[in-house]
Design a protein. Structure first.
Lengths: 129, 362
């Protein structure tokens, strides 16, 4: 059974979002997603400074099994990326909610957050997968 | 629910993720495919391959029958225990299956793929006409493969004195019948190791003993990356009934001599070899991508001589970059693969990437 963290928000495409007091969202992929992908061997990250819209493809994960797109759950500007993943992509498997985060984004549309699921809804969503 | 091997419960106990493989519930990994892969390259791992099909061939004409049925020549097996890799061909040269055949005290033991079981058995039975031969499937047998640089010493330490002595002196590509166990120095990983073909009832105890000496369970996921690194074809992916051995890097497994041996497909593959010599047929070769990204089966390859396709591709855990097998125009010298919309140069190499834990291509 994969782990779902209570106070995060989740996209249907299996990204998680954590928003701090300054309106900066940290984004990663869920435990369910990393488990489904299997061992991750490459991660491609967006350029800091890029402006993106919610549901844009911004990142790519390649596992032993398949390549998979990662979508931005919210609109805004990419402020920081987790460069450690470039050399140690397996961190995403080991620590999807913590050291395995992908990028941070300054949210431009607060309303995007309302489109996301809470932990309970995401848990049901995973069961339907 | 699919078919299950005698080790199904053992897989669950070891934390396996179970997937459907040609109708069988098989372990794809027990947590991390890459760790399991590295375990086999650096220590020792055990695979349950009991889903594969064991067929015993016996009777006065067993040798003549197999010399007709197979593209390689079992007459090379001059004593019991010796093993041979071969394709089984259709008259048009298409590969029905690839297999290992061992010479035994009773005749021959053939191990074929599980996904092709039904058509293989039907074909083998059909070809018995005119031969005094029996073809018997042995579904009551399990198969465990133990591979890795430490595999032999680990296994020898577990066996009784008689078995240990025999296994200790077994040469590569040879097997021995020890009571109702058959133990052979064959495998599908590019590492040294052993395959045990044994009664289903004996398999769980051997599995437990192996795990107790730190031989770790390895799933079908790592089995695939190990065989790809070793440059070994996977039936259904790198070759099938629509491709001949000539375009599948298997020409060297065809025994052309003696030239009066009438094996099924001989005329077709002889003609195809000529055509390939004239540049009219492609070849299966190796590809290496040294930058980021992963080559995948089905991706189109563009070479200086035309177009081709990747038949197997993955990340190589040993080399830390992607490798692939691809069927491309003969004499290609440069090539590109479109990766996520971007044409990316890849290197053409001999289709053999890793042996005994080390990189082997230039």
């Amino acid at each position: 059974m994969s782990k779902i963290i209570d106070d995060l928000k989740y996209a249907a495409s299996h990204e998680w979002v954590s928003v701090d007091d300054n309106g900066i969202a940290t984004v990663g992929i869920s435990d369910h997603a990393q488990e489904a992908l299997g061992d991750i061997v490459f991660v491609e990250l967006p350029e800091p400074g890029t402006t993106v819209n919610a549901k844009d493809e911004v990142s790519v994960v390649e596992s032993v099994k398949a390549a998979s797109d990662v979508y931005s759950p919210v609109s805004g500007e990419i402020t920081e990326i987790n460069e450690a993943l470039l050399d140690a992509p397996e961190t995403v498997n080991a620590s999807p909610y913590d050291n395995g985060w992908f990028f941070k984004i300054a949210i431009s549309e607060e309303a995007d957050l309302d489109e996301l699921m809470d932990a309970e809804a995401y848990s049901d969503h995973c069961d339907d997968d | 629910m699919g078919q299950r091997t005698p080790l199904y419960q053992k897989h669950l106990d070891a934390g396996a993720k179970i997937v459907d493989f040609a109708g069988w519930d098989m372990p794809i990994n027990y947590g991390s495919q890459i760790e399991e892969h590295n375990q086999v390259r650096t220590a020792a791992g055990v695979f349950d391959v009991s889903h594969m099909t064991v067929v015993d061939v016996a009777g006065n004409d067993a040798c003549d029958y197999l010399r007709h049925l197979l593209a390689n020549d079992v007459a090379k097996l001059d004593e019991a225990g010796r093993a041979l890799y071969s394709a089984m061909l259709k008259p048009d040269g298409g590969v029905i299956d690839d297999l290992i055949v061992y010479r035994t005290s009773f005749g021959y033991r053939v191990v074929v793929n599980c996904a092709t079981r039904d058509k293989d058995l039907a074909w083998m039975q059909e070809q018995t006409t005119g031969f005094e031969v029996t073809v018997n499937e042995r579904p009551e047998l399990a198969i465990l493969a133990v591979h890795g640089p430490l595999s032999l010493e680990k296994v020898i330490g577990l066996l009784d004195a008689n078995k240990a002595e025999t296994v200790g002196t077994l040469k590569n590509f040879r097997g021995a019948e020890l009571g109702d166990w058959f133990i052979a120095r064959t495998g599908y990983t590019g590492e040294k190791g052993l395959e045990f073909i044994l009664p289903a009832a004996d398999a769980p105890a051997l599995w437990n003993q192996l795990l107790a000496v730190d031989v770790k369970p390895v799933g079908l996921g790592a089995r695939d990356t190990l065989r790809l690194e070793a440059g070994m074809n996977l039936y259904g992916q790198d070759m099938d009934e629509t491709t001949s051995p000539i375009v599948s890097n298997m020409a060297q497994t065809i025994a052309w001599e003696p030239d009066d041996r009438d094996f099924i497909g001989r005329e077709a593959v002889t003609e195809q070899l000529n055509q390939q010599g004239q540049g009219a047929l492609p070849a299966l070769t190796g590809l290496v991508l040294e930058e980021r990204g992963v080559l995948r089966a089905g991706q189109k390859v563009i070479t200086d001589q035309g177009e081709g396709v990747i038949t197997s591709g993955s990340f190589s855990p040993t080399l830390k970059h992607s490798i692939a097998l691809a069927r491309i125009p003969i004499n290609s010298t440069s090539c590109e693969v479109e990766l996520r919309g971007k044409p990316t140069p890849v290197r053409i190499v001999q289709p053999n990437f890793v042996r005994f834990g080390k990189k082997v291509f230039e």
